[in-house]
Design a protein around this ligand. Structure first.
Ligand code: SF4
Length: 351
């Protein structure tokens, strides 16, 4: 599926939209004014593969902390602001992007000042529509529906466009996968701005993975989406891991190892579950695009192995290592994983 052609913007050196790769974002959960914890969390996210990080700026002390935070990190920083234009002005001096909804920042004069500050530093604004907090007029007219979210987005976009500002990206998050998808689909043909995808308040690792895979996966398969966040009530790194997997499985990136493994059945005569777990952990660092398969018996193993760069076909107490469809070794079960991992490493260097 071809990707929607969107306007490209620059978030602190990371290009968003156009033909730029779909970037992965996350957000810290520390109090932003706790500089040490915030920087620590940002560094953890960066190591996990986060491209852009957002921090909440609910207070003056949070806004004042941004400068020090920015000086200690090396990925773009987005400041998330609601209602208070003074905080937006402070953030605009330091951050690489600010997330505001002009409609809730106050008078037009105040929005004008924020826009002027962003223009001066050449930083974009993310309009972040959230189904649960629409402006009163849209809430009353449409409720928390995709139509209400789209109307709110158009209103906020126009607000900025009327001030001559078009360095914009837009998100339309709902806590429900279907509503999220519908809102993004509705808005996509109406504007050229890049979209930040996400399901908001998506829940725990289990629930968020499912909701985000359905919503973000569907949109990405339709060519919609330029940057994304998977929101998880849980560990920071999980957000990045799930986001990267969604990107990979929706064909938006082919970086890293794609593991095909069978679910096992009554034919199996080996401990495949433990083997796959070990293989997944020990190949997580690989960036090269590789297809590997781990199959419990020869029934489907040979067919899968033909598609794989490296494969294992388990048998009774032993198994085959297959590379590009050719059997390269027959080993005892306990020797298989180690050799398999060696072959994967070699293959990743070739790629
Ligand atoms: S590959 Fe073999 S063990 Fe695995 S699910 Fe298929 S038939 Fe069962």
């Amino acid at each position: 599926m071809q990707r929607y052609k969107t306007k490209q913007i620059n978030v602190g050196g990371v290009l968003v939209g156009g033909d730029a790769p779909v970037s992965v974002q996350s957000m810290t959960f520390s109090k932003t004014h706790d500089i040490k914890s915030t920087v620590e969390q940002i560094k953890r996210l960066q190591i996990a593969g986060c491209d852009i990080v957002r921090v909440a700026v609910p207070d003056l002390k949070d806004a004042n902390a941004l400068k020090k935070i920015k000086s200690q990190i090396s990925i773009p920083l987005v400041a998330d602001i609601h209602f208070n234009y003074r905080l937006a002005l402070i953030a605009a001096e330091v951050a690489d992007c600010i997330r505001i909804n002009p409609g809730n920042i106050g008078s037009k004069e105040r929005v004008k000042e924020v826009v002027k500050a962003c223009k001066e530093r050449n930083i974009p604004i993310r309009i972040g529509i959230n189904g649960g907090s629409l402006e009163k007029e849209f809430e009353q007219k449409y409720g928390a529906t995709p139509k209400g979210m789209v109307e709110s987005a158009l209103y906020n976009i126009k607000y900025l466009e009327d001030l001559g500002f078009t360095d914009i990206k837009v998100s339309l998050k709902a806590s429900n996968a279907a509503r999220t998808v519908e809102a993004y689909r509705m808005l996509r043909p109406l504007v050229e701005y890049p979209f930040h995808l996400g399901v908001t308040e998506a829940g725990t690792l289990f629930h968020s993975t499912i909701k985000s895979s359905i919503a973000l996966g569907s949109l990405l398969l339709e060519g919609i989406g330029d940057t994304m966040r998977v929101s998880i009530t849980g560990e920071l790194e999980e957000e990045i891991r799930v986001a990267k997997a969604i990107l990979k499985d929706s064909g938006r990136t082919n970086d890293g190892v794609n593991i095909v493994s069978c679910p096992t059945c009554g034919r199996i005569q080996a401990d495949l579950v433990t083997a796959v777990k070990e293989i997944e952990e020990k190949t997580a660092h690989i960036k090269a695009p590789l297809n590997i398969s781990v199959m419990g018996c020869v029934v489907n193993a040979i067919g899968e192995a033909k598609e794989a760069d490296v494969a294992i076909a388990y048998g009774k107490g032993s198994g085959l290592i297959i590379k590009k469809g050719e059997v390269v070794a027959k080993l005892k079960e306990k020797e298989l994983v180690e050799r398999f991992l060696e072959e994967i490493e070699k293959e990743s260097l070739n790629g």
